[in-house]
Design a protein around this ligand. Sequence first.
Ligand SMILES: Nc1ncnc2c1ncn2[C@@H]1O[C@H](COP(=O)(O)OP(=O)(O)O)[C@@H](O)[C@H]1O
Ligand SMILES: [Mg+2]
Length: 276
Amino acid sequence: MSFRDGLAKGPRVFAVSSGKGGVGKTTLAANLACVLAEAGAKVLVFDGDLGLANVDVLFGLTPRRHIGDVLAGRCRLADVLVTGPCGVKILPASSGLVKLTHLSEGEKLLLLEEFEELATGLDWVFLDTPAGISENVLYFNLASQERLLVCTPEPTALTDVYALIKVLYRRYGVKHFHLVVNWVRRKNQATEIYRQLLRVVERFLGSVSLNFLGSIPFDRQVSEAVRAQRPLVTLFPESSATRAIRQVAAELDRLQIRPFEGGLQFFGRKIMGVCA
Ligand SMILES: Nc1ncnc2c1ncn2[C@@H]1O[C@H](COP(=O)(O)OP(=O)(O)O)[C@@H](O)[C@H]1O
Ligand SMILES: [Mg+2]
């Protein structure tokens, strides 16, 4: 796999979201991070979900600090990071996140500077978002360069992912999205789902582009890995879901990503003001 040797001006930042919960966002973000890190990249997963099955649980980690400690001046953002499997860095979820969209100007600036410093050595950042279209979900999506949407063949997953695209486009003019279909049980199911979503998007949200990145089959070993609190891709390197996640990682690596305009837009100055 080729990474942007020498060309990198900052990490590629992807928000991973879905609208609906339980569709595989955390599984995908955590395992993509592992695949990319195994190939030599420096990867950060920002756990933006306070739910139960979050990234540190998935990786069997017990973080001691969180963003709230940074805002309280008790430590630096770098001290909050935990190193997980394959060397993936994890920024743990925290109750401090609840007020991410309600930070004071001083707090925003503090976090912004901390993020800028943190991001200089990174190749990839995945923001694992909660379900729904809450302020935090929109914020993470706006703070990212690219948006990776996860959907399953369930009708509610489709309507929820459409609702997320719609609000990001109508309210903020976000036009580019990538789609991964998870929990696929038969041949052609993923492309059927993609076409179905694309049809509605093209009909009602004219200039939105939806790029199909790949699909992941239903695989019992996914939940076995969750129970073992180990990454699927290392515990079951030959499983069908692992192979599919590797393909998605290769697709991600091939994407042409618009370069940052300078500095870091991840939680960048403009973005900081958007949802606050
Ligand atoms: N492809 C899959 N095959 C089987 N189980 C899966 C698959 N993807 C996710 N799961 C299971 O579904 C549950 C929810 O996944 P998770 O990644 O936590 O979803 P989300 O982050 O979207 O809420 C987990 O228990 C996980 O093991
Ligand atoms: Mg999750």
